[in-house]
Design a protein around this ligand. Structure first.
Ligand code: C2E
Ligand code: MG
Ligand code: MG
Ligand code: MG
Length: 292
């Protein structure tokens, strides 16, 4: 197993390797301190509904404002947080912060704006998760219908019985469940259908090479068609170009997320974006109606 891994990644089983352990410990300590020092920030990336062309919500994406290294993407620290268990506290903080910000956005838009929070495998296994979510909703005053939870196929497959219970709890609350990175795991739609799931997010790797890769296009349109027949919404992630947008729209994709609309931005910037885009559009359509 060790052989397969690149030299530059951390190996948690390589405790006998001293330099690694020391480095790891230092990183673990700074990750622990980051929470106390408020070095984590959440950025938000717009989700756009194709039918209405409105922003209907945003995905919360964690960043670490590192004092020396600058703004770090979660790919650099999420797996360490997961291995050390720090993800439990970090995840609870992300949930609190995201719900609080989403509650604030509701004031700028007459539409309901949702926030989507990514859950990690460890969080999903913890008994405390239900309370973390209940507390975040209560403290923020956000309604559960405005909360989306993004999980992966493997989190369900690791313990299907438990996943059933947790997902049903989310459904009963009124929150929405999305399968993130769909297509990269080994589950099938017919298997996932047994669980209370609202939507699939087609992984960016299938979107990236549209319209050049015929296989990716075939897979994408098949997934959209099957999801729709099972009454699941479909969200495409990583949409960057007009031709990707056009293709996905022609296949009936419901929502999109990607740099073509917006990169992940601060909550304040997202608030301004909502104000300028959604309000302007509503004013425009009202002006059009009035003119007719
Ligand atoms: P994800 O949930 O699949 O999030 C989508 C990733 O794609 C984000 O990367 C986003 O910035 C990036 N992205 C969005 N649109 C585009 C595009 O058009 N082009 C390209 N090239 N990239 C795009 P990011 O923010 O680096 O996050 C990486 C992963 O880290 C996330 O993947 C998610 O699995 C994880 N993550 C992020 N925030 C959290 C969190 O709060 N908790 C947990 N457990 N995991 C998180
Ligand atoms: Mg996600
Ligand atoms: Mg994803
Ligand atoms: Mg992804």
């Amino acid at each position: 197993r060790a052989k397969e891994n690149g030299k530059n990644t951390f190996h948690f089983y390589a405790a006998e390797n001293n330099s690694h352990s020391v480095e790891l410990l230092a990183l673990e300590n700074s990750l622990r301190r980051a929470l106390e020092r408020n070095e984590f920030v959440v950025h938000y990336q717009a989700k756009v509904d194709l039918q209405t062309q409105q922003i209907i919500g945003a995905e919360a994406l964690l960043r670490w404002q590192h004092p020396e290294l600058g703004l770090l993407s979660p790919i650099h620290f999420i797996s360490l947080a997961e291995e050390t268990g720090l993800i439990i506290d970090i995840g609870a903080w992300v949930m609190q912060e995201s719900c609080k910000q989403a509650r604030r956005w509701q004031t700028v838009s007459a539409d309901i704006i949702r926030v989507a929070v990514n859950l990690s495998a460890r969080q999903f296994r913890e008994d405390g998760l239900k309370d973390v979510i209940a507390d975040a909703l209560e403290d923020s005053g956000l309604s559960a219908g405005c909360l989306e939870l993004e999980i992966t196929e493997s989190m369900i497959m690791q313990n299907a019985e438990r996943a059933s219970d947790v997902l049903q709890h989310f459904r009963d609350l009124g929150a929405h469940v999305l399968i993130d990175d769909f297509g990269t795991g080994y589950s099938s739609l017919s298997y996932l259908k047994q669980f209370p799931i609202d939507a699939l997010k087609i992984d960016r790797s299938f979107v990236r090479d549209i319209p050049h890769d015929a296989d990716d296009m075939a897979i994408t349109s098949a997934v959209i068609a099957m999801a729709k027949s099972l009454n699941m919404r479909v969200v495409a992630e990583g949409v960057e170009t007009a031709s990707q947008l056009k293709f996905l729209a022609s296949k009936g994709c419901d929502q999109m997320q990607g740099f073509i609309f917006s990169e992940p931005i601060s909550s304040d910037d997202f608030y301004d974006l909502l104000k300028s885009v959604n309000v302007a559009r509503r004013l425009n359509s009202k002006m059009i109606q009035d003119a007719q």
